[in-house]
Design a protein around this ligand. Structure first.
Ligand code: ATP
Ligand code: ZN
Length: 334
């Protein structure tokens, strides 16, 4: 762990807000005890508003102020990238989603949008089922829309439709809510959460250099925010029997690094940023081409806005006034 001066010391820097003190569980307890305790502290202090579904929360003003500060800090860090800003809704066309091959790797995480498409007869049946407390959702029909699984996915078809890129390639700045069906009591594993990303498109050399720059900048940001952290190779939960082979190859090719911060007591540290190299994967889904007509390579750096916000709350407490001045300044003077 870097930044050891700001050691993760449950007990002495525990958030205390609205009278609800946060009693960190003992290290020997199972990791879910730490996750539950932190989630309960966030709910008690009204930092997060719970719902009937794990992983779907409302955010308080405090939470959103920190999230905005993070976005401002990330914009500052990336000012020299001259990125084209694109903002998409948290949904994308189903046909683009199919082309991305997300369903090959993570069918368990995807969320599709379904709607009622019937007439009067089906409507009556729907209402009758609802009244009887019966399941009604099987009547819903898939639409042309799926929820965005990652912020960068809607970018590729847009850039591909423009034709070959300029010689220097492109950098795009995106921010959107993403959906992943991974209900959990871990407050840092939500079903809808924001990813801020810089997406790099161009040659293999350009992407590899970009990723190296951003690994350094990611460390720099975590340092400015006084968060203990480490950077490591990532292991994604690829689905099914073939999944292990894909995961091994991802590690072998060093395609994905993560910046991890301890958030939940007694649990492994949490990935708060990721640094990805997709090789030319997306150029097979869409005609992404470099200036000389070759399939473009892509990569992205993703900042988990919710996880970074939670990490800050965990390490600096629930009262902004008590946060280190330097951290508040780094967040634009919160
Ligand atoms: P994990 O391995 O923890 O599931 P991931 O590797 O799938 O995360 P990425 O696909 O790299 O995550 O997404 C980029 C960033 O988005 C992550 O570094 C993290 O900060 C954030 N993120 C991913 N999944 C979630 C989630 N369920 N809840 C909150 N933030 C998330
Ligand atoms: Zn991405």
């Amino acid at each position: 762990m870097e930044n050891a001066s700001n050691a993760y010391a449950p007990g002495d820097d525990s958030p205390t807000a609205s009278g609800g003190s946060y009693a960190a569980p003992k290290p020997s307890q199972d990791p879910d005890a730490g996750r539950r305790a932190f989630r309960q502290a966030l709910i008690d202090a009204r930092v997060l508003y719970p719902s009937a579904v794990d992983g779907i929360y409302g955010r308080s003003g405090l939470f959103e102020n920190i999230a905005e500060g993070l976005n401002a800090a990330i914009s500052k860090l990336g000012a020299d990238q001259h990125a084209e800003v694109m903002r998409f809704p948290p949904a994308m066309p189903r046909k683009d989603f199919e082309a991305s091959e997300y369903l090959k790797s993570f069918p368990q995480l995807a969320g599709t949008v379904h709607c009622f498409c019937g007439g009067d007869r089906e409507h009556h049946r729907l209402l009758a089922r609802l009244e009887q407390g019966e399941d009604w959702a099987d009547q819903q029909r898939p639409t042309d829309v799926v929820l965005a699984p990652a912020a960068c996915y809607p970018v590729y078809p847009v850039v591909a439709a423009r034709g070959p890129m300029p010689g220097e390639g492109m950098v795009v700045d995106v921010l959107t809510y993403c959906f992943r069906h991974e209900p959990s009591i871990d407050p840092a594993r939500m079903q809808m959460f924001r990813q801020r990303e810089y997406v790099r498109l161009g040659t293999a050399e350009q992407i590899v250099a970009f990723r190296q720059t951003w690994i350094e900048r990611g460390r720099q940001l975590a340092g400015m925010l006084e968060l203990p952290h480490e950077v490591d190779l990532a292991n994604d939960p690829f689905f099914g029997r073939g999944g292990k082979i894909v995961a091994d190859s991802q590690r072998e090719l060093k395609l994905k690094f993560e910046l991890l911060v301890p958030i939940n007591d007694g649990a492994p540290p949490t990935a708060c940023m990721s640094f990805n190299y997709h090789m030319d994967h997306f150029a097979h889904a869409w005609p992404l081409r470099t200036a000389d007509g070759a399939p473009a390579h892509t990569g992205c750096v993703g900042f988990g806005i919710e996880r970074l916000t939670l990490a800050l709350l965990r390490h600096h407490g629930f009262e902004l006034a008590k946060w280190p001045r330097r951290v508040r300044d780094a967040l634009g003077g919160l």
